[in-house]
Write a protein that binds this ligand. Structure first.
Ligand SMILES: [Zn+2]
Length: 335
């Protein structure tokens, strides 16, 4: 893998679209990945972007559709190479993972993939060969899905080698979200890219079915973030000054998961709830049994921490992450 010429090799300035064939499906159709390429007037880096690795996360791809339609290539250096639906089978199933009769069906865990592996691994291998192998920087863009998650952060791999980790961190900051999280990204496309010396990160922001105001807010932030990263890479003119951001690692991450399934009544379900300092013992929400109408449990903050992950009220399964805090004592503000 990696020795092939990029599919966009002959493309001049402007937009181009093609499909990368992966395999034949049981319904007889060809499984193919959509590849959008925008080439600038002048030479420069290639920024690879994938969205819908999890099939129900639609905010990034719809924001990128708008970004591409507004892109002025006359002032742009290099190119954008975007896989707009990385896992079409998961998307067609309205779910996170590939519906196939094998293990390892989460595309977020199988990179660099395997052209002789299961279907999920074949998809990963095609993305590795045709996008990651030719990228100078890489973004694996996630959002909340049908589960109603609320988040506004950028993750970068805790396990990357020092130089590429530093460059990934700088791009993650440039994206401009209020939280920057050094996370365990083992098995992800971004972590694999890091192993090849390519700076990479995962935004986790916005979601699906958030209503018109919040969808517009997050779409605007997604476009601003990608524009900032292109500027930081020298693809667009200008400079980027990251905002004040909370930086936290794995040991600061405190997840609050219900012991029971039921209807979560969330007390933190607005975008500006993210970033609030919640004191230990403060109630975050409760789980109601939709059969007996009893309150099954209340959830409270286990420590003083900044809320970086929340959920809208709705049904949750036992053990699902409902809230998450960055422990105040071990997190740091970056000015
Ligand atoms: Zn995801």
């Amino acid at each position: 893998m990696g020795s092939t010429q990029p599919l966009w090799e002959d493309q001049k300035e402007g937009r181009w679209f093609t499909r990368i064939e992966v395999t034949t499906m049981l319904n007889g159709a060809v499984l193919a990945l959509p590849l959008h390429v925008v080439t600038g007037r002048r030479e420069g880096p290639t920024l690879g972007i994938i969205t819908n690795v999890h099939g129900d996360e639609f905010l990034p791809t719809t924001a990128i559709r708008q970004l591409l339609s507004e892109m002025d290539t006359t002032g742009m250096k290099g190119r954008l190479a975007v896989i707009s639906v990385a896992n079409p089978l998961a998307t067609a199933n309205f779910g996170r993972q590939t519906p196939e009769q094998h293990g390892r069906t989460d595309l977020h865990e199988v990179f660099p993939g395997n052209p002789r592996g299961n279907t999920t691994q074949m998809i990963a291998a095609a993305i590795t060969e045709h996008v990651i192998s030719h990228a100078d920087a890489f973004i694996d863009f996630h959002s909340g899905g049908s589960g109603g998650r609320l988040q506004a952060r950028v993750d970068y791999s805790a396990r990357a080698e020092e130089d590429v980790k530093r460059r990934s961190f700088a791009l993650a900051r440039a994206f401009g979200m209020p939280f920057v999280h050094e996370n365990d990204l083992t098995g992800t496309a971004a972590h694999y890219a890091n192993g090849r010396g390519i700076p990479a990160f995962n935004p986790e922001m916005g979601g699906s079915y958030l209503g018109p105001e919040n969808t517009a807010l997050y779409a605007k932030q997604a476009i601003a973030g990608l524009t900032n990263v292109m500027t930081a890479l020298g693809m667009l003119e200008g400079t980027v000054k990251p905002p004040r951001q909370l930086h936290f690692g794995l040991k600061s991450r405190r997840e609050i998961r219900p012991k029971n399934s039921g209807y979560l009544v969330s007390l933190y379900e607005r975008p500006d709830d993210l970033g609030k300092l919640v004191k230990a013992g403060v109630k975050l929400g409760e789980v109601v049994d939709i059969y007996s109408y009893q309150v099954l449990e209340e959830m409270a903050a286990p420590c003083d921490g900044y809320l970086f992950f929340s959920r809208y009220s709705g049904v949750v399964g036992a053990g699902t992450q409902a809230f998450a805090l960055a422990e105040a004592a071990t997190s740091a503000w970056l000015e």
